[in-house]
Write a protein that binds this ligand. Structure first.
Ligand SMILES: *[C@@H]1O[C@H](CO)[C@@H](O)[C@H](O)[C@H]1NC(C)=O
Length: 318
């Protein structure tokens, strides 16, 4: 009979617990990403389909749009766009007329015959799950307009080194189409790369509903924002949607329609929201938690322009 003595087990446990808390757990987080995001957040990370983050993805043109020196012409380029500051940390900017109508219409046209049901990725597998995300998405060919936009996105971010524009996806939401709250970042910078920033562009907004909600952001004071954000006076119709969407969260208490949390951007064709997902230390901003509220009628088409940040290993340690 060699069952270990009870007091030996207790002694080992007493040694192991601090070793785990102060040494093992931080090490595991450093190498395998943060476990502080709750599992639900990780569940619905908006991933494009790769299941690992190999360094080689920078050469994988199904994921990244390489800067291949193809000369760019920009048909229908807007003369300029207006930029409005919404938040400094995280950096959130609203871009008015980031795309011209001509560009937006063109991108809708080239996406039409490419749509497939959108998937959600839970860290292991990807699947279609209409309770979390109901939309179709299309990988856009890199024609002149798309390349022109890649260039605009790079220029907007000051041609930052080690920043790579991901291949662009159009997202189409029919009536009842939605995407539950999620992050665009994955907490994987320590493992190679992550999404530094997001441009959420509206290509088509012939719809009711379909606002982009950030529950953790506060309404900015200026009345002028009511052009782009849903305001109290826009009516109660929009307010009830929020409760309908997240019926499994704390937003729908006892069936009482609560006010929409945070701020909600109205879909406006050609306009874009730009935000940074990562702090300078590479960790993700919890304030960037966002959702596409259900479209109640018509169709919304969005475009994601994601910037993948992947510094060389050596630079990252410095
Ligand atoms: C959206 O509508 C299009 C056109 O009717 C249809 O082909 C597509 O399957 C619909 N997508 C979803 C997710 O309902």
């Amino acid at each position: 009979m060699s069952l270990p003595n009870f007091s030996i087990v207790v002694t080992w446990a007493l040694y192991f617990i601090p070793v785990y808390i102060f040494i093992l757990s931080p090490l595991l987080q450093t190498f395998f990403g943060s476990s502080t995001t709750n599992s639900e957040n990780v569940n619905i990370f908006d991933w494009t389909g790769e299941d690992t983050i190999p360094a080689s993805n920078l050469r994988d043109d199904s994921f990244i749009s390489p800067e291949d020196g193809v000369p760019i012409t920009c048909p229908g380029e807007p003369a300029g766009y207006k930029v409005h500051l919404l938040s400094r940390a995280p950096l959130i900017l609203y871009l008015e007329n980031f795309l011209s109508d001509e560009e937006a219409d063109h991108l809708v046209d080239i996406s039409v015959d490419k749509y497939k049901p959108s998937i959600v990725y839970d860290g292991k597998t990807e699947q279609v799950d209409p309770s979390k995300r109901l939309s179709d998405r299309a990988l856009l060919d890199r024609d002149d307009t798309v390349r022109c936009l890649e260039d605009r996105a790079r220029a907007f971010q000051g041609w930052r080194p080690h920043l790579y524009i991901e291949r662009m996806w159009a997202q189409r939401y029919n009536a009842s189409g939605h995407y539950r709250h999620h992050y665009d970042w994955a907490g994987t910078l320590a493992r190679g790369g992550d999404r530094l920033s997001t441009f959420m562009v509206y290509l088509g907004a012939d719809c009711e509903g379909g606002g982009t909600n950030f529950p953790r952001l506060a309404m900015p004071p200026g009345k002028e924002w009511c052009r782009f954000l849903e305001c109290e006076e826009d009516g109660a119709e929009a307010q009830i949607q929020a409760g309908d969407l997240d019926s499994d969260s704390d937003q729908n208490l006892g069936g009482i329609p609560k006010q929409k949390p945070g701020i909600t951007f109205k879909p406006i064709k050609g306009n874009a929201i730009f935000w940074e997902n990562l702090r300078s230390d590479g960790t993700g901003y919890p304030e960037t938690w966002h959702a596409a509220y259900p479209v109640t009628s018509g169709t919304k088409v969005g475009l994601n322009i994601w910037s993948w940040y992947q510094p060389p290993m050596r630079a990252r340690r410095g």
